[in-house]
Design a protein around this ligand. Sequence first.
Ligand SMILES: [Zn+2]
Length: 157
Amino acid sequence: MLPQTPHMKSVPVPTTGRLQAARANGWGDASTNARTNARATWQTTAIAAYALEVRGGDTHLRSEFAMRVRDLTGCALPDSAIAVNQEARRAIATCAGVVFQYQAGSLVLLRPCVHCGTGRFESLPLVTQTDLGYALSEWRPCHTECEPVDPPEETGW
Ligand SMILES: [Zn+2]
C-alpha cells in the first residue's frame, strides 16, 4: 500500500509564486490545472505590465544614449551596438574603439587601467566636447596599486 496516494487527491498541492508565474508564462502544463490558471490572472496582468515597462524603459534608454553619443561625437549608434543592463538601467556601446556608458542620465567613458590594461574605470561625466577631449587625452585611470611609487625621499637620517 502506498500511504500517501489518497491524500494527494484531496489536499491541494501548494504552489509557489514562481511556479505560478512560470505557468502564466506558458512554461508549465497549464491545461492540467485550470484553477491555478484562474488564480494567476492578476499575476499574469502584473507580469505583462512589468514586461511592457521594461521594454519601454529599454527603448527609452537606448534612444537617449544614442542621442547623447551622437550629439557629442557625431557617431550614430545602431541599436545592435548598444548593450543594455536593464537591472542597473545602464547602457554600454563602443564607438571607434571608445567605450561609452550611459547611466542615470550621465554619459561617461570606460577605460581600463593605463598600467596593467585590466579593470574598468569611469571618466567624469561627459557634457561638453571639452569633457570628452579631456577623457580621451589627459585622463589616465589606474589602480591604486598600479600607480608608480615615488622613490623614498632622502631623509638624511
Ligand atoms: Zn592596474
